[in-house]
Write a protein that binds this ligand. Structure first.
Ligand code: ADE
Length: 242
């Protein structure tokens, strides 16, 4: 999968995404992450990319021309108009299900804004998806783009070495993940739950499922409402929900 990130701060994005698991996937050729500096496309002789907002008000607005030309350079190169995401607190809130869905794309353009935003006319022209990473305001779209690239990339087949770990995890089926333990068997006076040492896989699976349900009820009751539980499972958590 190929990501094209349109930004005024290419180093910030590039440095953050060429390390660890995502960096390895890039090296292995499973992903490419290209940053495009919007400033390289301005026709202004002082390399300016922003100007005052019409109608007045605080801050500056990123102008349409450099944003459009940076986007168009990618489109001309790949030969079609891929999905183009604008990172903005005005978008719908990003969710795991969208990460999975976007991981099916061959190419994805992510547009990062700064200042008071981007001229609406270019957004109308190029943006297919308006996405927020949460109900708070960042100074720019770069961190949000990095979050999205990370979450989408790990859903691309082969990026996670343990194939199962992309699906049996938090938020799968709207449940949080069960607690995990590793050696030693006893740490700080606390023992690993005995069932995990039993070698009985069916029992371990049942215990993990009940832990997932209980944890979701306690920490994210809003999610649990969307999960599919048996009658018996609902009975088991109803006391935790009130
Ligand atoms: N840009 C500024 N704040 C943002 C947010 N919460 N999500 C995505 N992009 C943003």
């Amino acid at each position: 999968m190929n990501f094209y990130i349109l930004t005024l701060f290419p180093d910030m994005v590039s440095d953050g995404l060429h390390t660890s698991i995502i960096g390895r996937a890039v090296q292995n050729g499973l992903l490419s992450i290209e940053t495009i500096n919007i400033r390289d496309y301005t026709l202004d002789k002082h390399k300016k990319v922003d100007d005052y907002p019409y109608g007045g008000g605080a801050g500056m607005v990123m102008q349409a021309q450099p944003v459009y030309d940076a986007w168009k350079a990618v489109v001309d190169r790949i030969g079609y108009r891929p999905r183009t995401v604008y990172l903005t607190p005005q978008g719908g809130v990003f969710h795991q299900s969208q990460a999975k869905e976007l991981a099916l794309e061959k190419d994805l353009i992510l547009l990062c804004g700064h200042y008071e935003g981007i001229d609406e006319r270019v957004l109308e022209e190029i943006v297919t998806d308006y996405i927020s990473i949460g109900d708070y305001v960042l100074t720019g779209g770069e961190l949000a783009a990095m979050v999205m690239v990370d979450a989408i990339s790990r859903m691309v087949p082969g990026v996670l070495t343990n194939a199962a770990s992309g699906s049996t995890e938090s938020l799968e089926g709207n449940l949080l993940e069960y607690p995990q333990y590793s050696r030693p068997e006893e740490w700080n006076g606390k023992k690993v739950p005995a069932i995990l040492l039993s070698g009985d896989h069916a029992k371990v699976d049942a215990w993990r499922r009940s832990q997932s349900i209980e944890r979701t009820a306690l920490r994210r009751p809003d999610l649990l409402e969307k999960a599919t539980l048996s009658q018996k499972e609902w009975e088991s958590v109803k006391d935790l929900l009130n």
